[in-house]
Design a protein around this ligand. Structure first.
Ligand code: FES
Length: 268
Protein backbone atom coordinates (compact mmCIF):
# COMPACT_ATOMS: atom_id res chain seq x y z
CA UNK A 1 0.00 0.00 0.00
CA UNK A 2 1.36 3.13 -1.14
CA UNK A 3 1.77 5.92 1.29
CA UNK A 4 -0.26 8.79 -0.07
CA UNK A 5 1.21 11.22 2.30
CA UNK A 6 2.73 14.05 0.45
CA UNK A 7 6.16 15.11 1.42
CA UNK A 8 6.09 18.35 3.25
CA UNK A 9 7.51 21.36 1.60
CA UNK A 10 9.64 23.42 3.81
CA UNK A 11 9.27 27.09 3.40
CA UNK A 12 12.50 28.95 3.52
CA UNK A 13 12.84 30.40 6.96
CA UNK A 14 10.18 28.15 8.49
CA UNK A 15 11.10 25.80 11.29
CA UNK A 16 11.17 22.12 10.46
CA UNK A 17 8.09 20.33 11.46
CA UNK A 18 8.10 17.36 13.71
CA UNK A 19 10.98 18.69 15.65
CA UNK A 20 10.97 19.50 19.25
CA UNK A 21 11.35 23.24 19.72
CA UNK A 22 13.08 22.54 22.96
CA UNK A 23 15.74 20.66 21.02
CA UNK A 24 16.77 23.70 19.04
CA UNK A 25 20.21 24.93 19.89
CA UNK A 26 20.30 27.78 22.35
CA UNK A 27 20.47 31.16 20.87
CA UNK A 28 23.18 33.59 21.64
CA UNK A 29 22.29 36.46 23.96
CA UNK A 30 23.31 39.83 22.70
CA UNK A 31 24.00 42.59 25.14
CA UNK A 32 21.23 45.04 25.15
CA UNK A 33 18.21 42.80 25.04
CA UNK A 34 16.54 39.72 23.59
CA UNK A 35 16.80 40.84 19.99
CA UNK A 36 18.28 37.62 18.53
CA UNK A 37 15.62 35.47 20.13
CA UNK A 38 12.96 37.84 18.98
CA UNK A 39 14.47 37.98 15.52
CA UNK A 40 14.64 34.20 15.35
CA UNK A 41 11.07 33.92 16.50
CA UNK A 42 10.03 36.47 13.97
CA UNK A 43 11.94 34.65 11.32
CA UNK A 44 10.25 31.46 12.35
CA UNK A 45 6.85 33.00 12.22
CA UNK A 46 7.59 35.09 9.21
CA UNK A 47 6.77 38.26 11.08
CA UNK A 48 8.79 41.39 10.78
CA UNK A 49 11.46 41.47 13.53
CA UNK A 50 11.23 44.42 15.86
CA UNK A 51 13.77 47.14 15.51
CA UNK A 52 16.82 46.73 17.76
CA UNK A 53 17.10 49.12 20.72
CA UNK A 54 19.96 51.57 20.45
CA UNK A 55 22.61 51.07 23.16
CA UNK A 56 22.26 53.28 26.19
CA UNK A 57 24.48 56.31 26.26
CA UNK A 58 27.31 56.04 28.85
CA UNK A 59 26.78 58.03 32.00
CA UNK A 60 29.13 60.96 32.55
CA UNK A 61 31.58 60.38 35.43
CA UNK A 62 30.48 61.79 38.75
CA UNK A 63 32.22 64.99 39.76
CA UNK A 64 34.62 64.60 42.78
CA UNK A 65 33.29 66.09 46.01
CA UNK A 66 35.99 67.67 48.19
CA UNK A 67 35.60 67.39 51.97
CA UNK A 68 37.08 69.56 54.77
CA UNK A 69 40.28 67.54 54.85
CA UNK A 70 40.96 68.15 51.19
CA UNK A 71 40.08 64.63 50.16
CA UNK A 72 37.69 64.08 47.31
CA UNK A 73 34.81 61.69 47.22
CA UNK A 74 33.61 60.17 43.98
CA UNK A 75 30.12 58.75 43.77
CA UNK A 76 29.82 55.82 41.39
CA UNK A 77 26.85 53.73 40.47
CA UNK A 78 26.79 50.20 39.24
CA UNK A 79 23.89 48.89 37.17
CA UNK A 80 21.38 51.24 38.74
CA UNK A 81 21.96 49.78 42.19
CA UNK A 82 22.76 51.79 45.32
CA UNK A 83 25.46 54.39 44.89
CA UNK A 84 28.91 53.58 46.23
CA UNK A 85 31.27 56.26 47.54
CA UNK A 86 35.00 56.02 47.21
CA UNK A 87 37.40 58.37 48.99
CA UNK A 88 40.87 59.12 47.78
CA UNK A 89 43.75 61.21 49.20
CA UNK A 90 44.73 64.40 47.38
CA UNK A 91 47.02 63.64 44.54
CA UNK A 92 50.68 64.50 45.05
CA UNK A 93 51.71 67.62 43.26
CA UNK A 94 54.33 66.81 40.66
CA UNK A 95 57.70 68.40 41.31
CA UNK A 96 58.44 71.29 39.05
CA UNK A 97 61.94 72.27 38.10
CA UNK A 98 63.39 75.14 36.22
CA UNK A 99 63.91 74.27 32.59
CA UNK A 100 67.53 75.43 32.69
CA UNK A 101 68.33 73.52 35.89
CA UNK A 102 70.64 70.71 34.82
CA UNK A 103 71.35 69.37 38.30
CA UNK A 104 70.35 65.73 38.50
CA UNK A 105 69.61 65.68 42.26
CA UNK A 106 68.74 69.11 43.66
CA UNK A 107 66.65 71.95 42.43
CA UNK A 108 67.92 75.48 42.21
CA UNK A 109 65.96 76.36 45.33
CA UNK A 110 67.69 73.56 47.25
CA UNK A 111 71.11 74.72 46.09
CA UNK A 112 70.32 78.26 47.19
CA UNK A 113 69.25 76.95 50.60
CA UNK A 114 72.50 75.03 50.98
CA UNK A 115 74.54 78.05 50.00
CA UNK A 116 72.77 80.24 52.51
CA UNK A 117 73.24 77.63 55.22
CA UNK A 118 76.97 77.41 54.57
CA UNK A 119 77.28 81.17 54.52
CA UNK A 120 75.41 81.49 57.83
CA UNK A 121 77.58 78.82 59.47
CA UNK A 122 80.78 80.51 58.32
CA UNK A 123 79.52 83.87 59.61
CA UNK A 124 78.64 82.38 62.98
CA UNK A 125 82.07 80.75 63.26
CA UNK A 126 83.81 84.03 62.42
CA UNK A 127 81.68 85.84 65.00
CA UNK A 128 82.51 83.26 67.65
CA UNK A 129 86.22 83.56 66.90
CA UNK A 130 85.99 87.34 67.24
CA UNK A 131 84.21 87.02 70.57
CA UNK A 132 86.82 84.53 71.75
CA UNK A 133 89.52 87.04 70.83
CA UNK A 134 87.74 89.89 72.61
CA UNK A 135 87.15 87.88 75.79
CA UNK A 136 90.10 85.54 76.41
CA UNK A 137 89.99 82.85 79.06
CA UNK A 138 90.74 84.03 82.54
CA UNK A 139 92.43 81.46 84.71
CA UNK A 140 91.16 81.90 88.23
CA UNK A 141 94.00 80.49 90.27
CA UNK A 142 94.16 80.91 94.00
CA UNK A 143 96.48 83.67 95.12
CA UNK A 144 100.10 82.73 95.54
CA UNK A 145 100.30 84.37 98.94
CA UNK A 146 98.00 83.94 101.86
CA UNK A 147 97.99 84.38 105.60
CA UNK A 148 97.61 81.14 107.49
CA UNK A 149 96.85 82.33 111.00
CA UNK A 150 98.95 82.63 114.14
CA UNK A 151 101.61 80.01 114.95
CA UNK A 152 99.88 79.35 118.24
CA UNK A 153 96.89 77.98 116.36
CA UNK A 154 98.92 74.97 115.20
CA UNK A 155 99.74 71.77 116.97
CA UNK A 156 102.55 69.43 116.11
CA UNK A 157 102.17 67.52 112.89
CA UNK A 158 100.47 68.10 109.54
CA UNK A 159 97.69 70.68 109.16
CA UNK A 160 95.47 70.12 106.12
CA UNK A 161 93.20 73.15 106.38
CA UNK A 162 94.87 74.86 103.38
CA UNK A 163 95.21 71.83 101.15
CA UNK A 164 92.06 72.26 99.08
CA UNK A 165 92.11 76.04 98.77
CA UNK A 166 95.82 76.77 98.41
CA UNK A 167 97.47 73.40 97.79
CA UNK A 168 99.70 73.53 100.82
CA UNK A 169 100.30 71.44 103.95
CA UNK A 170 101.68 73.35 106.91
CA UNK A 171 103.79 71.11 109.08
CA UNK A 172 104.92 71.96 112.57
CA UNK A 173 107.87 69.88 113.68
CA UNK A 174 109.91 69.78 116.89
CA UNK A 175 113.08 69.04 114.97
CA UNK A 176 113.55 69.77 111.30
CA UNK A 177 116.01 67.51 109.45
CA UNK A 178 117.76 70.46 107.85
CA UNK A 179 117.41 73.35 110.32
CA UNK A 180 117.67 71.06 113.34
CA UNK A 181 115.21 73.25 115.16
CA UNK A 182 111.50 73.38 115.93
CA UNK A 183 109.31 75.39 113.63
CA UNK A 184 107.16 75.44 110.49
CA UNK A 185 107.53 74.56 106.86
CA UNK A 186 105.01 74.59 104.03
CA UNK A 187 104.88 71.57 101.71
CA UNK A 188 103.31 71.81 98.26
CA UNK A 189 100.71 69.07 97.66
CA UNK A 190 102.02 68.22 94.19
CA UNK A 191 103.54 64.82 93.58
CA UNK A 192 106.95 65.12 91.97
CA UNK A 193 106.24 62.15 89.72
CA UNK A 194 103.44 63.36 87.44
CA UNK A 195 101.70 65.99 89.49
CA UNK A 196 98.88 64.14 91.28
CA UNK A 197 97.82 65.19 94.76
CA UNK A 198 98.98 62.79 97.47
CA UNK A 199 96.94 62.02 100.59
CA UNK A 200 98.12 62.44 104.13
CA UNK A 201 97.95 59.14 106.01
CA UNK A 202 98.02 59.96 109.72
CA UNK A 203 98.38 56.36 110.89
CA UNK A 204 101.38 55.73 108.65
CA UNK A 205 102.83 59.20 109.11
CA UNK A 206 103.36 59.73 105.42
CA UNK A 207 101.98 61.25 102.24
CA UNK A 208 100.82 58.68 99.70
CA UNK A 209 100.16 59.45 96.05
CA UNK A 210 97.05 57.64 94.72
CA UNK A 211 98.20 57.67 91.10
CA UNK A 212 101.28 55.47 91.10
CA UNK A 213 101.97 54.83 94.76
CA UNK A 214 104.76 57.22 95.55
CA UNK A 215 105.29 57.77 99.25
CA UNK A 216 106.80 60.76 101.08
CA UNK A 217 107.86 61.18 104.67
CA UNK A 218 106.40 64.07 106.69
CA UNK A 219 109.57 65.97 105.90
CA UNK A 220 108.70 65.69 102.20
CA UNK A 221 111.48 63.24 101.40
CA UNK A 222 110.38 60.55 98.91
CA UNK A 223 111.02 56.97 99.94
CA UNK A 224 108.79 54.71 97.77
CA UNK A 225 107.24 54.64 94.34
CA UNK A 226 108.32 56.35 91.14
CA UNK A 227 108.58 59.90 92.49
CA UNK A 228 112.13 61.00 91.59
CA UNK A 229 112.60 63.66 94.28
CA UNK A 230 111.11 65.10 97.47
CA UNK A 231 108.11 67.37 97.66
CA UNK A 232 108.82 71.08 97.32
CA UNK A 233 108.57 73.58 100.14
CA UNK A 234 107.14 77.09 99.86
CA UNK A 235 108.35 80.29 101.48
CA UNK A 236 107.06 80.73 105.00
CA UNK A 237 107.64 83.88 107.08
CA UNK A 238 105.84 85.87 109.74
CA UNK A 239 103.65 88.68 108.48
CA UNK A 240 103.54 92.09 110.17
CA UNK A 241 100.47 91.04 112.15
CA UNK A 242 102.24 87.96 113.49
CA UNK A 243 100.46 85.47 111.21
CA UNK A 244 102.15 82.87 109.10
CA UNK A 245 102.60 84.18 105.58
CA UNK A 246 102.85 81.49 102.89
CA UNK A 247 104.21 82.45 99.48
CA UNK A 248 103.93 79.77 96.81
CA UNK A 249 105.65 81.88 94.22
CA UNK A 250 108.91 81.02 95.91
CA UNK A 251 109.72 77.33 96.07
CA UNK A 252 112.61 75.39 97.54
CA UNK A 253 113.92 72.01 96.36
CA UNK A 254 115.75 69.65 98.70
CA UNK A 255 117.92 68.05 95.99
CA UNK A 256 119.20 71.51 95.08
CA UNK A 257 120.12 72.33 98.68
CA UNK A 258 117.47 75.03 98.87
CA UNK A 259 115.88 73.82 102.12
CA UNK A 260 118.68 75.54 103.97
CA UNK A 261 117.28 78.88 102.87
CA UNK A 262 116.07 80.84 105.97
CA UNK A 263 112.67 81.37 104.29
CA UNK A 264 112.21 77.64 103.66
CA UNK A 265 111.75 77.04 107.38
CA UNK A 266 110.29 79.29 110.11
CA UNK A 267 111.80 78.68 113.51
CA UNK A 268 109.28 78.94 116.28
S1 FES B 1 101.91 61.13 90.12
FE1 FES B 1 102.32 60.59 92.16
S2 FES B 1 103.17 58.64 91.92
FE2 FES B 1 102.77 59.20 89.92
Amino acid sequence: MADDKKPETIEPGAPPTGTNPAATPPQKMVPGGDAPATAAAAAATGAKPPAARPPAAPRPPAAPIPDLAGRTTTVASAGGSAARATTSAPAAKPATRDPDDLSPLLTRRAWLGLAWGAFSAASAAALAATGRFMFPNVLNEPPQQFKAGLPTEYGMGVDERWKEKFGVWIVRTPDDIVAHASGFYALLVTCTHLGCTPNYLLAEAKFKCPCHGSGFRLTGINFEGPAPRPLERARVVLADDGQLLIDKSRKFQYELGQWTDPEAFLKA
